[in-house]
Each structure stands twice: as structure tokens, then as C-alpha cells.
Design a protein around this ligand. Structure first.
Ligand code: ATP
Ligand code: MG
Length: 630
């Protein structure tokens, strides 16, 4: 099929297009109206239709796929391996739903899920969906304060956690963080349900509040819980954004539009077939985990891999061994993870038979060209970068191998996905940019199915955060810079708040980062703008290296710094040359692996960092603090 014609129809005739896609899922009651756009920027898809995410992800497949693997749980941390067929998944989800129901969970109630990557976490999500309850998964390992903030925003009737997660062979206790968060929160739920993995011998139970999952599951062994049918626009879940740029927003999603969007994406974007296996290396705490560990592959009748562990433990071949052993056809990972692998021996990429793999998809951060080439050559599989946000729930820019595979252009996440009327516009005037002209990536509403319906409990914030930037026209702003080249390929040039103004030149920090990354010794890099009396702002870089020998002493560092700066001058011109490069062991990131440029910049300018609620490794920030003091 011609992907351009496919795209055009989605924009010119959204009702016809999405009306057809709606047939990819099962409805209890078919929609009466495909689109209601009477109250912009709010829109409703599939109005009057009744369906359920759990039904589409599980029950629907029982007849044809009951004995087929649905969920494959693998932990390189504990050594556990368990496969659940669709029939077994159905049984577990029914037990779990009965447990939740007994604890007072019903339609529209919120449930906060704070769990590691274990199969039970997925059962809990699906059980909430089954009951028509709204889950809010909080990334396991977030600090107590972050958890408390999300509890207070979502006001759940139940919190579900595990005793502990495992990371790098060590248990990471969760439960005491839950206790702390419960004390801090103003809207602490009356009950906490604990999936005790037996990893934390010191775990304390709170009488009358804490419930044991295994005991209750036994009580409800044979329970069958009917699906609660929901109108397509009722909420399915709340998920908070990463908080790279500010206070996390509670992205609210619907039921019908999300199910249809995911079902369509599995076909057209991922080009995947029912019965195959998908391996998404994210975490259920992120949108990628919601869409492509849990709901997408299951709605499509695939087996999904739930993996607890690091990409380099027991060794850097673990992912490719999983691909080989489980004949993974579709894999989805992140640039951060690939850059971790890039520091390892490339021979690991060749050790296992990955011939089952059709594509490797990447999202979450800019995929620089050297990393993209490295993984493409190493695996011998097309690597498809695609761009999206927590807000959209699925890809906004992508290639469409399931429709028509266009050539990959390194560094580009491709073209607008069907349903997204994407415009690159001038940040001041809102006027559309020409080819190769940099502007803000926007979407002309109505947003397609699957995107956020509002910010939880705050419609005004939804309007202000996303639709308030341009006077000329109502546009959804992504807050990312982009450009479209002569062939129509898009490039993401960083976030709109990551721009340096140096001696009158506007430079995206991302462009300078790309240039630095082109130096073979560099593993990761963050560039920020720092106030300068003369030039306004100057770029300062922070880099990690692949081989520590290159920064072993002052002479080696100075040499590498010179080489790297020369690289930037060569690729971008002298104006873009970093004023200074610092070499560090790690860069500060959010828990989802995104660089915290804001905090780095604050330290580089001698200011305090402000809200660090989503910081992963405090040591990394300390290193930056020390580096800039020298
Ligand atoms: P917050 O909105 O709270 O500041 P966040 O934007 O980091 O946090 P996410 O929704 O997880 O939260 O991330 C989406 C952002 O990640 C995009 O807006 C973009 O900046 C970046 N991104 C995602 N995929 C890509 C990609 N393929 N190429 C470049 N950037 C990407
Ligand atoms: Mg964002």
C-alpha cells in the first residue's frame, strides 16, 4: 500500500479512516459516532461505543489462542522464567480482579501500582482494566516523595506494591518507601496490597492496612470476574510524564481510542503478526511499557516478554539470547540502553541467532547517527527510530513497515504517523516553516485516538500546557524542535527549552551533542548553555567515554577535549565550539534514562538544581557539581 495515500486518508477523512480501524478491536456495543469535536481542544473518539481493554487483551483471544504463550516472564536477577498462555493469563487476571474487588476496587476508582518488573504487576494492570478501575503505575524505585505526590494527585482507593525489586543482583526494598509515602500523603489509601517475593526479610506489615496477595489469591483461586464494559471515553489510566522539564503531568487516557490506536499501531507501525513475540525493554512504569509491554502486543494476540534485569547482566548478550530463545520478531528499546551496550564488546551482537528479528524500534530520546549505525550494522536488522511522548501514547513520527517500508535515514524518526496532522511552525508567529527550517513540532487537533484526553483532574492545565502557545491557530505543541528535509523526513532537534543563544546564533544543544558523539571515544554527552558576559551564552559539554584510558590523566583529558572540540568545529562550525568539556563517569538522568539538562545547566551556572524528584543517580549530579567547581 502507498503510505502517503494511507496517511492522507487519515487526515482528510478521519472518521472514515478511524471508523475502519475500530474494527480491529471487539466492542460490546459499537460506537455511534466516530468523532465528536464539538469542544476543541477536547475531542471524543468512538462515542457511545462500549468496550474493555482487558477483554481485548485477554478474553478475546481465548478461543483461538488459549494455549499460545501470552506473557513470558524472565528475570536475570532471580533466574525465574515463567510462561503464561492466554488461558493461564486469563485465570491469573480473574484471581487478581477478584482480590482487588474484595478490597473495594470498582469502576472509576484509582489504584496506584508501584512494582518491579514481575508478571503480577501486569496482572494487576489488567485486573484494574477488567474492573473498569483507573490504574496509575508509578515507576518502581521512585523515591517516597515522588510516590506521595502521585498518590495525592490520583487519590487511589488502593496501593499495590511488592516487597522489593532487584537490580544488579541486589534486592531494592520497596515496602519501606511505600510506608514513608503513605505517611507523607494526604490522600493515603486505606489498603496496601503486597506481592511478597520473599526478597526482604525485614519487611514490616501494618496491621489492618497491609494485605498479602498470595493469601488473597488463594481465597479467590476459582473466581471469575465479569468484564466491566466502559464507554469508549471513560478513563483507563493515569500516567505521569517523566518530568524532564518540570512538574510531572497526569496524562489521562481513554479506553476505546487507546485500544484502537494500539491495535492499528501493531499492524502498521510494528508490522507484527499475532502469534509472534514482542520484546520491549522498557518498564511498566513508562508509557512505552503500558503500550508495548502490556496492552499493544496482547491486544494483537502476541506473546510479550516481561524482563526484569539489566541489558549487561549476566553479560551483554542477554537481550540477544532472549531474542534467540523466544524467537522475538519485534523488539523495542531506547537510545540510552543501546549506548550502554555500545560500551561493551560488539562481539555480543553476533553471538546469538537473531534471525527471527524483523525490526528493532527505538524511542525516548534522540538516537544519534553513530549509535544508530553501530546497532544496525551489529545486528544486521533495520533499526527504526520513532518519536513520541507520554501524551500521545503511540508514535507521532515513524516509518510504517506494515504499510510500506521507506528507507531509513539515520538520525531521522521518519514521517508523521497516520492520524497526526503534524506542522513545524515558527515558535513566535505559528507560521508554518519551509523545508529544512527549524521550528516547533505541533499537531493540528483533533488529536488522534490514543492520545491523552486531558490532564487528570485539571482540564485547564491540559489547555494551557499543550494548546496555549500560538495565537494564530489552535495547535498542540510538543515542546520539541524539529525540521522536515527536502524528502519529507523529520528530524528532532531537542526540546524547545534547550536552546543556546551565543553571540546572536541560536544553537540547539542537541546538535552540538550529536557532533560530539561523532567522536569515536565518546559514549554519552550532555551540552548546556551557560551565561557569559560577552557572548550571552556559551555551550559547555559533559561527556562519558567508552575507554577510561582516554581520560586517565590531565594530559589525556586535554588531548581528548581538543579533539572533540575540533570535531564540533568541523561539523557545525566554529560558533558551536564548546567553551569547555568535562569528562565524568555518569550523566544525571531521570529514571527513564533521559538527560536532566536543566539540572546540569543550573549547576554549571552555579545555581541550585531545584526539583530533582525524578533523578536516578545522585552521584552523577555530584560529579557535575565537582567538575564545574574545578
Ligand atoms: P516532561 O514532559 O514531564 O518534561 P518528558 O518529556 O521527558 O517529561 P516523556 O513523555 O517520557 O516525558 O518523553 C517524551 C519526549 O522524549 C519527547 O517530547 C522528546 O523530547 C523525547 N523523545 C522521545 N522519542 C524521541 C525520539 N525518537 N527522538 C528524539 N526525541 C525523542
Ligand atoms: Mg514532555
Amino acid at each position: 500500500m502507498d503510505s502517503q495515500a494511507f496517511y492522507r486518508r487519515s487526515i482528510d477523512d478521519p472518521e472514515g479512516f478511524w471508523g475502519d480501524q475500530a474494527k480491529l478491536i471487539e466492542w460490546r456495543r459499537p460506537p455511534e459516532k466516530v468523532l465528536d469535536y464539538a469542544h476543541p481542544p477536547f475531542r471524543q473518539w468512538f462515542v457511545g461505543g462500549e468496550t474493555n481493554l482487558c477483554h481485548n487483551a485477554v478474553d478475546r483471544h481465548l478461543a483461538a489462542r488459549g494455549e499460545q504463550p501470552a506473557l513470558i516472564y524472565l528475570s536475570s536477577e532471580t533466574g525465574e522464567e515463567r510462561t503464561y498462555t492466554y488461558a493461564e493469563l486469563h485465570r491469573e487476571v480473574n484471581r487478581c480482579a477478584a482480590v482487588l474487588r474484595a478490597l473495594g476496587v470498582g469502576k472509576g476508582e484509582r489504584v496506584v501500582i508501584y512494582m518491579p518488573m514481575i508478571a503480577e504487576a501486569v496482572f494487576c494492570m489488567l485486573a484494574c482494566a477488567r474492573l473498569g478501575a483507573v490504574h496509575s503505575v508509578v515507576f518502581g524505585g521512585f523515591a517516597a516523595h515522588n510516590l506521595a505526590l502521585r498518590i495525592d494527585d490520583a487519590k487511589p482507593c488502593l496501593l499495590i506494591c511488592a516487597d522489593a525489586g532487584m537490580r544488579g543482583g541486589k534486592p531494592v526494598p520497596y515496602k519501606h518507601l511505600v510506608d514513608e509515602a503513605m505517611r507523607e500523603a494526604k490522600h493515603a489509601p486505606p489498603k496496601v496490597l503486597i506481592v511478597d517475593r520473599g526478597l526482604d526479610a525485614d519487611m514490616k506489615w501494618v496491621d489492618g492496612r497491609d494485605e498479602d496477595y498470595w493469601d488473597l489469591r488463594d481465597e479467590h483461586r476459582d473466581a471469575e470476574v465479569p468484564v466491566t464494559w466502559l464507554e469508549a471515553n471513560e478513563p483507563s489510566y493515569i500516567l505521569y510524564t517523566s518530568g524532564t522539564t518540570g512538574k510531572p503531568k497526569g496524562v489521562q487516557r481513554d479506553v476505546g481510542g487507546y485500544a484502537v490506536a494500539l491495535a492499528a499501531s501493531m499492524r502498521y507501525i510494528y508490522g507484527a503478526q499475532p502469534g509472534e513475540t514482542m520484546f520491549t525493554t522498557s518498564d511498566i512504569g513508562w508509557v512505552v511499557g503500558h503500550s508495548y509491554i502490556v496492552y499493544g502486543p496482547l491486544i494483537h494476540g502476541m506473546a510479550t516478554i516481561v524482563y526484569e534485569g539489566l541489558p549487561i547482566k549476566p553479560d551483554a548478550g542477554i537481550w540477544w539470547k532472549i531474542v534467540q530463545d523466544h524467537k522475538v520478531s519485534t523488539m523495542f528499546s531506547s537510545p540510552t540502553a543501546i549506548r550502554v551496550l555500545k560500551k561493551q564488546d560488539p562481539a555480543w551482537l553476533k553471538k546469538y541467532d537473531v534471525s527471527s528479528l524483523r525490526y528493532l524500534f527505538i524511542a525516548g530520546e534522540p538516537l544519534d547517527e553513530p549509535t544508530s549505525r553501530w546497532i544496525t550494522d551489529g545486528l544486521g536488522v533495520p533499526v527504526i527510530d520513532h518519536y513520541w511522548q507520554t501524551e500521545t501514547g503511540w508514535a507521532m513520527l515513524t516509518l510504517l513497515p506494515g504499510v510500506e517500508m521507506k528507507p531509513v535515514k539515520f538520525g531521522s524518526p521518519g514521517f508523521p504517523a497516520y492520524g497526526f496532522d503534524i506542522r513545524v511552525v515558527n515558535e513566535m508567529t505559528g507560521a508554518e516553516c519551509g523545508p529544512n527550517e527549524k521550528g516547533v513540532l505541533t499537531v493540528k487537533p483533533p488529536l488522534p485516538p490514543g492520545c491523552l484526553t486531558t490532564v487528570w483532574g485539571d482540564d485547564q492545565r491540559f489547555i494551557n500546557s499543550y494548546f496555549g502557545q500560538f495565537e494564530k491557530e489552535l495547535l498542540y505543541s510538543s515542546s520539541d524542535w524539529a525540521l522536515r528535509d527536502d524528502d519529507g523526513y523529520f528530524f528532532i532537534l531537542g526540546r524547545t527549552d534547550d536552546v543556546i543563544n551565543t553571540a546572536g546564533h541560536r544553537l540547539g544543544t542537541r546538535e552540538i551533542e550529536e557532533a560530539l558523539q561523532a567522536h569515536a571515544a565518546i559514549a554519552e554527552v550532555a551540552v548546556v548553555g551557560v551565561q557569559d558576559e560577552l557572548k550571552g551564552q556559551v555551550p559547555i559539554g559533559f561527556c562519558t567515554v567508552k575507554d577510561p584510558a582516554r581520560i586517565a590523566d590531565a594530559t589525556a583529558r586535554a588531548l581528548l577535549e581538543k579533539e572533540c572540540i575540533a570535531k564540533v568545529a568541523e561539523l557545525l562550525g566554529a560558533v558551536a565550539k564548546p567553551y569547555k568539556l568535562h569528562f565524568v563517569n555518569a550523566l544525571p538522568k531521570t529514571r527513564s534514562g533521559k538527560l536532566l539538562r536543566r539540572s546540569i545547566q543550573a549547576l554549571a551556572e552555579g545555581r541550585e538544581t531545584g526539583d530533582l524528584s525524578t533523578l536516578d543517580d545522585p552521584n552523577a549530579l555530584e560529579e557535575i557539581r565537582k567538575a564545574v567547581k574545578k
